[in-house]
Ligand binder design. Sequence first.
Ligand code: BG6
Length: 490
Amino acid sequence: MLNLSIAPCTLAIFGASGDLALRKLMPALYRLELDSLLHADTRILALAREDVGSASVHLALIEERLRQQVSAQEWKPDVWEGFCRRLEFLSFDFTRAEGYRTLAERAAGDHPLVAYFATPASVYGAICQHLVDAGVGERTRVVLEKPIGRDLESSRAINDEVARHFPENRIYRIDHYLGKETVQNLIALRFANSLFETQWNQNHISHVEITVAEKVGIEGRWGYFDQAGQLRDMVQNHLLQLLCLIAMDPPSDLVADSIRDEKVKVLKALEPIAMEHLATRVVRGQYGAGYSEGKAVPGYLEELNANEGSGTETFVALRVDIRNWRWAGVPFYLRTGKRMPQKLSQIIIHFKEPPHYIFAPEQRPFLSNRLIIRLQPDEGISLQVMTKDQGLGKGMQLRTVPLKLNFSETFHTERVPDAYERLLLEVMQGNQNLFVRRDEVEHAWKWCDQLSAGWERFGERPRPYAAGSWGPGAAVALIARDGRSWYDDL
Ligand code: BG6
């Protein structure tokens, strides 16, 4: 159990009957309850639209979904009862003033009010305005879910609306990847070990791969996803955040803005992908029918509620270059997709070959050190080093051997906490480290916008790939063009 002292707050979840609240937020809060990490006075206001029905219907919905998420050992009737005692239900139209008076009464007291917007961004402005009008603005922290807009312009408009009512130091923009234990660990790995930091530049690193693959398809989210696509849904936020954590300079301390300043420098240094490079540096894909875990699965265009003509991408691979001293000449290859063969998030740092080669020429292609950072599943780090194969008859035969650290074995953790557990705790404590600042979001959009503009200009349609494969063949060609291949030791 963590040794944390968490201050009390009132947590108001707007959209408490929606998918995010039921799938992520409620299970995270229940587990915090289970680990005794919620202050005794913390209360949770579950705010839903008017059509959800009575409090008991909403509660039954929460319980049903929660039981699907938590394991049998985690389900404890007394913990659930304690959790229910914190919960209060309200349903009202978030765009009208009336409901906010009751909300203000229920949130009376001196504790901070954490207003979690698990709603479409189109209502963020209205919610902010009504919170201020109801007189609770001064003690409110607002938590914004992604996507914040669909391009730089719409993102600015949303951020402006929120900023009209709340200062930046009370705005918490979620990118749940920043709450993942292993993503946090990147900071420790890089800045608590001088071993890596001295090698972390273009003198020693040849290239970096970042893969975020999902086995699932669209899972009933077609309406939302089709408006976004993989570039906006995953690259603009999660993949660029991972890239920033790998590429940024050491911050001077762990204060939120010190880390965010360094991330912004990376985002500003991303080389725009020129139109003439669009075809060779970026690949868009869309999954067709195929197999997942041996079962036939439909293609993107055959999913529930799909629009047959959609040209939205479910896969993106790209080569990204960073214009600064540390990374000049070191490509970052990113790929992310739905309906891949497995769920896998990993970062691979490929080190350069030694400057002078003295071993048998046929062994040369295998010679290079790699640092593999596995974010999920089997969280851990593995450093591949070259050694001599053992035995009298082997001569100077080289072998790649991993030096491995598996987090769950080493720390005997039964369960890696979900990102939302950590993020909720951080916002309850008023700590902005793991949240994204406005300029980060906007620089990331600016960079992604040039790609979507290029696709639109050339009317480029995504390339098909079979569900259950690693994406279109063009993604292999993208990296092969530089004489490399994706690391697929799975
Ligand atoms: C979300 C995306 O932000 O991240 C989803 O909207 C995606 O499309 C999800 O499935 C992946 O998160 P995780 O934690 O399962 O890797």
